[in-house]
Design a binder for this molecule. Sequence first.
Ligand code: NAD
Length: 306
Amino acid sequence: MGGNPDNSRLDGKVVVVTGAGQGIGRATALELARAGAAVVVNDLDADAAHAVCDTIRANSGQAHAVIAAIGTDGAAEACVSAAVDHFGRLDGLFANAGVLRDSVLWKTEDDAFDLVIATHLRGTFQCARAAVRQFRAQGGGGSLIYAASPAGQSGNFGQGAYAAAKAGIVGMMRSHALELARDKVTVNAVVPTALTRMTATIPALAAHVAALERGEPLPENLRAKHGIGTAQDIAPLVVFLASGAARGITGQCIGIGGDRLSLWTHPAEVRIATQSGGWHVEHLTEQWPDFSEGAIQPLGVPLAFD
Ligand SMILES: NC(=O)c1ccc[n+]([C@@H]2O[C@H](COP(=O)([O-])OP(=O)(O)OC[C@H]3O[C@@H](n4cnc5c(N)ncnc54)[C@H](O)[C@@H]3O)[C@@H](O)[C@H]2O)c1
């Protein structure tokens, strides 16, 4: 049974998008405004955030820029206060701001690790907390949408800190969904795949980002088979999750990119055995081959896009 398309309008709603100066955040802010929402456009790049607001206003939408580094103290509260001060309320948050500092474990400096964790994990936590305090004060629920990543789901070479942050965000999302069910606040994670400045740093995708920026069409198999397209391809899922059409959808990890939509499993045991009295190392040594046969889990994000 299909849903009512009118439910996906966001007229009268107010949504914060962090990291909305470019890429997925920018595309989503524009789409939210097109759907009728007033948008708080956060970024640490002031020119980029103001340009997005100008574009929204030029199309008769409502927007307000908040220039702040998500993950630093006060940034989340500044975004929520701007929503309330300028538009009177808050209905949704897309916690999208993100950075990469890729390096293998043995070369990763503390500063790089801390920046990645602070921006993604601490930033998402602080923004969600500030938003939820406002939702609870208003009553009537709200929508939290977190940005996860295939790297956090499967691991990715050179992305230990980033994968930890993104896996942490998904773990946090499941817990928040449980905590907030009574308040009618939905909490979901989006696993996007899109050609942006961020993915231009991935060697296998750099040429596709360059081609897209030259205005060339993307290969069909990239969109359909690998689920890699434009930042604009991500935006409708965020609009949907912020809308009445997604009321009751919570605790889910949803992949989107190019022509693909997917629903991720939550980690679950794939095989269970019992040993009366507990497992000694001799039992493990003897039984591991049979126990694990056919159940060893694959690792890593696919990085071949032919
Ligand atoms: N592009 C993809 O395929 C992909 C895949 C998985 C996850 N993601 C996630 O989606 C989100 C957006 O990615 P993107 O590809 O659009 O990246 P992007 O680099 O194009 O855009 C990120 C934006 O966030 C801003 N930003 C960075 N740190 C910030 C901070 N502390 N406070 C406020 N703004 C900050 C940047 O200035 C930029 O405008 C990120 O969380 C990223 O990890 C993207």
